[in-house]
Design a protein around this ligand. Structure first.
Ligand SMILES: [Zn+2]
Ligand SMILES: [Zn+2]
Length: 182
């Protein structure tokens, strides 16, 4: 049983704008996908010395709150709009527990405006979709892929997110099928 993917929207992005993400998660993972509101206590994960938010702390809050989504086969992907980091990196677009239950994605660095470019809603939504599929892929045990078009390719720059697709390459999809049937 593949369980349900719960998209926990703790960002300012309205539910309607997440439709493509929900459909893509369903298409890629062949799982039911549900959208829920999400209110993490971000003040608890704020690091004043960096003016950023520790993404692992958000994951921990999601895990602590798992009683609401208790099926062990379910996955939780949180969406927030604050700037996330892990201590060894300047920033992260998201973080996932490899072969775990939870992942988080931030919209903060996915908006064109952050880079001095005109807003583009379609690009913004595409980036959310790709990063959510990518992080959920990690929760099923998939690791990074070198295929330039594969959604499991890692992205350091936002341009790299734009270059890749929102689907898995045949090799990753094959791995996904194996991991999901374990
Ligand atoms: Zn990754
Ligand atoms: Zn791949």
């Amino acid at each position: 049983m593949s369980g349900t993917i719960h998209v926990l929207n703790g960002s300012g992005v309205d539910t309607g704008a997440l439709g493509a993400t929900v459909r893509r998660l369903h298409e890629v993972f062949h799982a039911a996908v549900e959208l829920h509101p999400f209110q993490p206590d971000l003040t608890r994960v704020f690091d004043p010395s960096r003016s950023q938010y520790h993404s692992s702390g958000v994951l921990k809050q999601m895990l602590d709150d798992l009683s609401a989504h208790g099926n062990p086969a379910d996955k939780l992907i949180g969406l927030v709009d604050v700037d996330l980091f892990i201590p060894v990196l300047t920033f992260v677009y998201g973080e996932a527990q490899l072969k775990g239950r939870c992942a988080v994605v931030s919209t903060f660095r996915l908006r064109n405006e952050l880079y001095g470019l005109p807003p583009n809603e379609r690009i913004f939504r595409d980036r959310i979709e790709k990063e959510c599929v990518h992080e959920v892929g990690h929760t099923y045990g998939l690791v990074h892929c070198r295929d330039t078009e594969c959604v499991m390719r890692s992205s350091t720059y936002v341009e790299e997110i734009d270059l890749k697709g929102s689907l898995m390459c045949p090799a990753c999809d094959e791995k996904r099928r194996g991991l999901m049937s374990d």
